[in-house]
Design a binder for this molecule. Structure first.
Ligand code: GLC
Length: 644
């Protein structure tokens, strides 16, 4: 395999020998002070990835935090911001722009290098001024300044918040002098494994905290750098990531250069090939798209999402998700452990978490993809999928008292289009715990659906994102929050929120997890309580006009988190103990807490992540429900059919 050097030299490199390649390939452009126009030609190893072997220095325009806050929080005083209707609104639809890119079907397989120019400006690093501040000193200084401004605003941060900000800032990772992400955890007591990396999913609450605080730069840098790590080429090597895949995490590595002590930095992505269990992160690309929209909405920097490389990045992710396979369902078919639950937990197939994030990412993409002749196919594909997906989830994943009772009386082995029990579910599958647990009022989306298989476990993340993205109907969204209220002791208990309920135990645990000692009953992914889910619960509550529930949950968390040193997760059925193998000082615990607080204070900013019901999408759903495929679709039909 070849990596082409800057002087046109083809350098033979072994698969994945990025460290070596990083040293033999061109050096930091700022050293040469030139403009790099096509990075992909510099270093492309057989894994089909683009790797920075040196500082790209594509720094976003700097803007002071105060200026960003002004622009984001008080759009009425900012003429430019107000003139753009996409900001902080729940508007849908693509950005219209004449001309455009290639046909959706073709753009991904042909001439990628040609359509993905990566223009990187070389930026001279500012000379080090004598008496450089340590990171700690800088954080302390910022803290003092923040204290002063908070006092001026008449709002005082609690000690937990102050500590959380200090820890979050300390977790910031820089690359060539610019912030690009946050480490997953800084727990001095245990071996870091890969927790010293920037995880895409873990960074989302950090990003949200920074955005809500008016600090845009780190998020912009993160979006661009991860975009440039995205897998580009589908190769024949089956151990390589598919085209469009976003890494699960990346690490900033330093390579010594020469003998004068200089080091060169590069980003080293992990697509799951080093991860425990070798799990492919299906959710990374979906999170990236969701964050891209949020960044645009709060900062007003829509130019970023309109860049050709960013547009291509979105389409590469979508292409991976929308491509044809053998599967007949509109839901995404994935392997076990392809999301937050990144270990074997019996969630392979069509897990709710992935479907909810997929739906949300499709809605974000529909808004962000620049409309043109070239993008009309992808926009059509997105619309079709959104309709089918929402119909499928709303209709077949929903469980409430009435539905469980229907399943209890299901006839089986039905053949034909008219079958009621379409997936041939045997009523004996209804688990014993559900019979007493399902409340009279409210309901939830089940964890997974496959032929003859319903996973009735309640998964928090998927249900919360179904509310946030409007994958759930308004009635279903209310029903999910009703259920959480009703089952507060089990789902919130001493620490919000249970990752899933109930835990797998005994023989079921042995068979489903493969006797995983980390996922023992009521621990970690198997019924553990994860404080990072709090910000997503807060978002859902704000969207549904129930901030009180979120406030209650945040108060519970605030009582424990700082004392317990910000654990990754808690164990036991009510979340009373710090998780057996839990990291301390886990960044997304810290950031999730801060983001929840900030959201409650600025509920109008929740709209950077939420979506409202889209009746046009339901027209497609109504057609699916109608017996005759030729029946005319209408919004009226949609309304009457789809539980609005
Ligand atoms: C664990 C979690 C995963 C998270 C990672 C880093 O593997 O299961 O969701 O991204 O830790 O915090």
């Amino acid at each position: 395999m070849n990596a082409t050097g800057s002087m046109g030299l083809a350098v033979a490199v072994r698969p994945c020998c990025r460290l070596i390649a990083a040293q033999i390939l061109p050096r930091c452009p700022h050293r040469y002070g030139r403009r790099i126009a096509a990075l992909p030609f510099f270093l492309r190893c057989s894994c089909g990835r683009r790797h920075f072997s040196r500082c790209p220095c594509a720094l976003p325009p700097r803007r002071s935090a105060a200026a960003w806050v002004r622009a984001a929080v008080a759009p009425a005083r900012d003429g430019a911001a107000v003139s753009d209707p996409r900001r902080l609104s729940t508007s849908v639809g693509p950005v219209p722009r004449p001309g455009g890119d290639e046909d959706f079907g073709r753009i991904f397989v042909q001439g990628l290098a040609a359509v993905k120019p990566l223009v990187i400006d070389s930026v001279e690093q500012p000379p080090a001024v004598g008496g450089e501040k340590t990171k700690k000193e800088a954080v302390e200084e910022e803290e003092e300044e923040e204290d002063r401004s908070e006092v001026a605003k008449g709002r005082l941060q609690s000690e937990s918040e102050k500590e959380a900000w200090r820890l979050l800032k300390n977790a910031v990772v820089t690359y060539c002098g610019s912030p690009v992400g946050t480490l997953a955890a800084i727990d001095p007591a245990v071996e870091p494994l890969n927790y010293d990396q920037v995880f895409i999913r873990d960074f989302v609450p950090s990003a949200l905290s920074f955005l809500l605080k008016g600090e845009m730069e780190i998020v912009r840098n993160f979006l661009l750098h991860t975009l440039h790590l995205q897998s580009w080429e589908k190769t024949v090597d089956c151990y390589s990531p598919g085209q469009g895949l976003m890494p699960a995490s990346f690490k900033v590595r330093s390579v010594p250069q020469g003998s004068n002590g200089e080091v060169e930095e590069f980003l080293d992505p992990d697509f799951g090939e080093s991860a425990i269990g070798r799990v492919a992160p299906v959710d990374s690309g979906l999170w990236w798209i969701i964050l891209l929209r949020a960044y645009g909405k709060i900062s007003g920097d829509y130019a970023l999402q309109e860049r050709i490389d960013v547009q291509t990045g979105i389409k590469l992710i979508l292409n991976l998700c929308l491509s044809d396979g053998f599967d007949m369902f509109p839901t995404l078919l994935v392997t076990d452990g392809s999301c937050m639950i990144d270990r074997r937990m019996g969630i392979h197939g069509h897990p709710l978490e992935i479907q909810a994030l997929f739906y949300c990412a499709l809605r974000c993409s529909r808004e962000m993809i620049v409309a043109s002749d070239g993008s009309k196919n992808v926009l059509r594909a997105i619309n079709n999928r959104l309709s089918a997906l929402s119909f499928h989830i709303r209709e077949y994943y929903w469980a409430d008292m009435k539905k469980v009772n229907e399943i209890y009386r299901y006839k089986t082995e039905e053949y034909s289009q008219d079958a009621i029990n379409k997936f041939n579910i045997y009523p004996e599958q209804i688990p014993g715990w559900l019979v007493d647990w399902i409340p009279e009022k409210g309901g939830y989306f089940i964890g997974n659906l496959q032929p003859a298989h319903m996973d009735f476990r309640f998964f928090s993340l998927g249900n919360l994102w179904a509310i946030i993205s409007s994958l759930a109907t308004p009635k279903q969204a209310e029903g999910i929050l009703d259920l959480i209220e009703d089952k507060w002791d089990e789902l919130v208990g001493n620490m919000p929120l249970k990752i899933c309920y109930p835990a797998l135990e005994n023989e079921e645990w042995r068979i489903t997890t493969g006797s995983d000692p980390k996922n023992t009953p009521w621990s970690y992914h198997n019924g553990g309580s994860w404080p990072t889910l709090l910000w997503q619960f807060t978002l859902a509550c704000i969207k549904m006009g129930r901030p009180e529930s979120a406030r209650k949950a945040i108060a519970i968390a605030e009582n424990h988190l700082s004392n317990d040193r910000w654990p990754e997760y808690y164990d036991t059925p009510t979340g009373r103990f710090i998780g057996k193998q839990s990291r301390l000082y886990q960044t997304w615990t810290i950031a999730g807490f801060l983001a929840s607080k900030l959201l409650l204070e600025n509920p109008e900013l929740a709209s950077i992540l939420t979506f409202e019901e889209d009746l046009e999408l339901l027209e497609g759903c109504a057609c699916s429900l109608a017996k005759s495929p030729r029946i005319k679709c209408s919004r009226h039909a949609a309304k009457s059919h789809i539980f609005v």
